[in-house]
Design a binder for this molecule. Structure first.
Ligand SMILES: *[C@@H]1O[C@H](CO)[C@@H](O)[C@H](O)[C@H]1NC(C)=O
Length: 370
């Protein structure tokens, strides 16, 4: 850049206007291709990092709608799945919140016997952006709690219900405790994703948990937090290895998770999960889950203190979890005495799909610990 500018001022110094004009147009000729190249590269980069437009279930480019759906106040729809006893007869109403890369059909597999014995109505739904629920580009850690409350009201579940959330759905339980505690009868948080940037964690706890992750997961999580606008590109590029959770890399499986992962592989409906596209489902989960929160579950006061009611919050985590390091849940359980902590010494991340575990989790939630 210094050279053309220098030439033009040198020509001007010679005092000839014609020479100066010639020099300027020469400089322009030299600069124009460079400027065009910069514009072209910027456009290319922009088009690469720009996520594709959202698809609409039931719309021209979207998947067909097959499940019952309920319409929220802002016009979005949530698809849902009901099981157990009819809600009018139910003693307990439970809403299940699925994890990353899953859908309503991944509902906790509670046995029919227990559903009937205890009188449980079980509701599961596609989180925004998954399967047949509309995308929610503006979703936040708060909006999902309000969505759940609205879902419960639309389906007339009454003033209070139980919640069970697994993995990314487990992290969402903290939002529900924060924003809709008055609606909750009890909560089970299963292998929740933790956010390394929540305030209140001692640095050594974050450090230890951070290094349990594989380097490709550290990078994917880092990008989601620090450069959320780059999340789409990062998770679709092929220059660097991407998240091992998203790519279903078997290195993430602990000894006990290896056989359990077959249940996910065998899911007949797994192609439905990402049908709105990876951005509105997976990438947004990462951007919110690892994003910048204005509050921290680590520092949460007991939302039921003085409520005069016995609302229990159970937190479950496997020590061998390679998807989500146990350290963050372990620390939270120490900081929050109102949380009942179940640490499973040999389990990995997928214990909620192990045979018999759903009933153990639900019994402990509804009846208390034996
Ligand atoms: C769900 O639980 C039943 C037993 O209640 C079992 O037979 C079935 O295989 C389980 N399904 C999955 C996908 O785990």
């Amino acid at each position: 850049m210094a050279v053309p500018g220098g030439a033009s001022s040198a020509a001007a110094a010679k005092g000839s206007p014609a020479a100066a004009a010639a020099a300027r147009s020469g400089a322009l000729r030299r600069r124009l291709p460079l400027a065009l190249l910069v514009v072209f590269l910027a456009a290319l980069v922009y088009s690469q990092i720009q996520p594709p437009p959202s698809k609409v279930p039931g719309g021209p480019r979207g998947p067909p709608v097959t499940a019952p759906r309920t319409r929220l106040r802002d016009g979005r729809h949530l698809a849902y799945l009901e099981s157990g006893v009819p809600k009018e007869e139910a003693k307990y109403k439970i809403i299940f919140v699925h994890g990353f890369d899953c859908c309503r059909l991944d509902v906790l597999n509670v046995s029919q016997g227990l559903l009937e014995e205890l009188g449980i109505y079980l509701l599961s739904f596609d989180r925004p952006g998954y399967a047949e629920s509309d995308a929610h580009p503006a979703r936040t850690e708060k909006s999902i709690a309000l969505d759940i409350e609205e879902l419960a009201d639309n389906l007339q579940l009454g003033p209070k219900f139980h919640l069970i959330g697994f993995s990314m759905g487990g992290e969402i339980m903290w939002s529900c405790l924060k924003y809709i505690p008055h609606r909750l009868a009890g909560v089970a948080i299963l292998a929740p994703v933790g956010n390394y940037w929540w305030s209140g964690f001692p640095p050594e706890v974050v450090e230890e948990a951070w290094h349990v992750q594989f380097p490709q997961d550290q990078r994917a999580v880092w990008v989601s937090h620090h450069l959320p606008w780059l999340t789409h590109w990062w998770n679709t590029q092929s220059l660097f290895p991407g998240s091992s959770v998203k790519s279903k890399n078997p290195i993430i499986l602990s000894k006990e998770d290896t056989p359990l992962s077959q249940k996910f592989i065998d899911r007949t409906y797994k192609d439905q999960v990402r049908r709105l596209g990876e951005h509105d489902s997976l990438h947004r989960d990462m951007m919110v889950g690892f994003g910048k929160w204005s509050w921290s579950p680590v520092e949460m006061e007991n939302p039921f203190a003085g409520a005069g009611e016995d609302v229990k919050v159970h937190l479950w985590h496997g020590v061998e979890d390679l998807y989500v390091p146990v350290q963050l849940s372990r620390y939270i359980s120490k900081r929050l005495p109102w949380v009942i902590y179940h640490e499973l010494p040999t389990a990995g991340h997928l214990f909620p799909v192990a045979d018999g575990m759903p009933d153990v989790i639900v019994r402990s939630l509804l009846l208390g610990d034996e």
